[in-house]
Design a protein around this ligand. Structure first.
Ligand code: ARG
Length: 563
């Protein structure tokens, strides 16, 4: 729709002005709906037509240009009003046409509304490997992992919706000296039954216990031996480690499911223990590996080659480090998937790590490093559950569900709901996600259960409530036939501004797809729900609900139909 109008406007303009339209038009976009209601639907930003417009008088010059332009344009059956602003020409579309076109498009395209827009037609379809979540076995699943999980899921959802191919990858922390300790710990304190029924909790407890015991030299030596055996592929040792990993993954899958998240691949550091030896050899062959007096291996990253910046890639005993495994993993990912982009969704506390990783890959001659991106996010402070510090993802999910259930019970809505537990969980998750996605991902924020779970205001709870309410209106009145849309009823300013807002959905998706920030979609949906007028036609509600549901699903929220 948008592109069609742009086309019409451009052709019209170039005819009137006898100029190639590219010289004139910087951009055309739907006018954002703000608190001060606007009348125009589209806005054309113009570039200077005359060549001698010097920069200091640009604004008044442009204003004149816009005015001249507006005067020379004529309204027709599509455009009912044309006006000029500073550097812009504003178009108002025939009201009935606007209502009809927008509603028909939204209801016809359904879940594809917006993504089918011509805005995306020139964007080539690509393949992306997106790594996110990536917790460490036997350690805490902290809030950073939760943030990575919901952000990565959002990016993957958005890319898939836009027709790209996506590999969702989880890169587990499943290797390293701590598995020596964990192995010894399990021999001392482990319980096979508990390992099967609640592996994450059990392994964490064993790990805490053995860490206390590891003070003594004997345990330390045992742990070292265990890990050495692992590295030498001793069958028995490896089989126990494999159980740790397999049972943990089973439990992760179950919990991720509650979040509506899945992975195509469970990779992990353990895959790259052998391959990182090859990486070290490659670094050596390329003359990039230097040995320090202590015997560790480093790569000089400084421009002047004065070691003012370097990265350690090998321990003195010749074994690999976190970054060495990441080097091997990146090379393997690219070989295997030959993707157009490789995205790492990891906290900004690891920014240095990823900078080094990409720098070394570049030095090694891998040009595809240009396609690698670290999507970093800020710190979340103060998330605590009633049990105290967050240790497991499941704690967070249970906490949000029980808090939400309590709120629902005091609002006395639960009795009509078929499955209050499930509804509470979905609404609670919406609350977490919306609180997290409201700002720029790179900023830190203070977590607050109360703020997140408020039933009014800019919260996921209120979004869910709006969706449920629109849904029940539809249930009560049945679907309205598109052919019977009576556009005359949609002329009040509130209805028009919702229509204008619906018109902008593709632009908002486009922005998020460019900078991978969910906040554009979040604020769009929040505006959509505040803008809904009480007396309006059902088809407007239907259209609004459809777009609301589409956007929520992209963010990783399952819309509820009652609450
Ligand atoms: N397991 C790591 C941690 O919890 C995150 C892994 C990030 N991804 C990577 N390719 N290094 O800190």
């Amino acid at each position: 729709l948008l592109i069609f109008l742009v086309f019409v406007l451009r052709c019209g303009l170039s005819k009137v002005l006898d100029l190639p339209p590219e010289n004139l038009i910087k951009s055309i976009s739907a006018v954002p709906v703000s608190k001060k209601r606007r009348v125009a639907d589209f806005q054309l930003s113009i570039a200077s037509v005359t060549e001698d417009s010097s920069s200091d008088c640009l604004a008044p010059g442009l204003h004149l240009q816009a005015q001249k332009l507006a005067e020379r344009l004529k309204c027709d059956a599509v455009v009912s009003e044309i006006s000029a602003g500073p550097g812009t020409v504003n178009f108002t579309i025939n009201r009935e046409l606007l209502a009809k076109t927008v509603l028909q498009q939204v209801l016809k395209d359904g879940s594809e509304y917006g993504v089918k827009s011509e805005l995306f037609s020139t964007v080539p379809k690509q393949k992306a490997v997106i790594e996110f979540s990536s917790p460490n076995i036997a350690k805490k699943f902290h809030i950073g992992h939760l943030r990575s999980t919901i952000v990565g899921n959002f990016i993957a959802n958005l890319k898939v919706a836009l027709g790209h191919e996506v590999i969702r990858m989880n890169y587990l922390g499943d290797w390293g000296m701590q598995f020596g300790l964990l192995g010894v710990g399990f021999q001392l304190f482990g319980n096979k039954e508990k390992l099967k029924t609640s592996p994450l909790q059990h392994l964490f407890e064993v790990y805490v216990q053995i860490n206390k015991a590891a003070e003594d030299e004997n345990t330390k030596k045992l742990a070292k031996d265990f890990f050495r055996k692992l590295e030498e592929h001793d069958e028995q040792t490896l089989s126990l480690w494999k159980q740790f990993r397999d049972f943990s993954i089973d439990e992760y899958i179950r919990i991720y499911k509650r979040l509506g998240v899945h992975f195509d691949e469970y990779s992990g550091e353990s895959f790259y223990q052998e391959k990182s030896k090859e990486v070290l050899k490659m670094l050596e062959n390329k003359g990039l590996l230097q040995k320090t007096i202590k015997g560790t291996g480093i790569v000089d990253l400084s421009e002047k080659k004065d070691l003012s910046s370097f990265s350690t890639v090998m321990r003195s005993d010749g074994t690999s480090l976190y970054i060495t495994r990441d080097l091997a993993a990146a090379i393997d990912r690219m070989n295997k998937h030959n993707c157009d982009s490789m995205i790492y969704v990891v906290s900004k506390s690891q920014s240095n790590h990823f900078q080094h990783l990409f720098q070394i890959l570049k030095l090694m001659g891998y040009d595809w490093v240009e396609r690698c991106q670290h999507v970093s996010f800020g710190l979340v402070q103060g998330m605590k559950t009633r049990r105290g510090e967050v240790i497991f993802l499941e704690d967070v999910l249970n906490e949000v569900r029980s808090r939400m259930l309590q709120n629902m019970a005091s609002a006395k809505t639960t009795k009509e709901i078929e499955d209050p537990m499930e509804t509470a969980e979905k609404v609670g998750l919406a609350a977490l996600i919306i609180q997290d996605f409201q700002g720029l991902l790179s900023s830190d924020y203070q977590f607050s259960w109360d703020r997140a779970l408020q039933s009014r205001g800019d919260t996921g709870v209120f979004l869910q409530y709006t969706h449920a309410r629109l849904h029940s209106l539809e249930q009560m009145h049945g679907n309205e036939q598109l052919t019977h849309i009576n556009v005359a009823c949609l002329q009040e300013p509130d209805a028009i501004s919702v229509l204008q807002h619906l018109l902008r959905y593709d632009e908002v998706l486009y922005r998020s797809s460019q900078d991978l920030q969910p906040k554009h979609i979040v604020s769009y949906l929040l505006t959509l729900r505040t803008g809904l007028p009480e007396p309006a036609r059902l088809c407007l509600f239907q259209a609004a609900r459809s777009v609301l549901a589409n956007g929520m699903k992209l963010l990783g929220i399952t819309p509820v139909t009652q609450m």
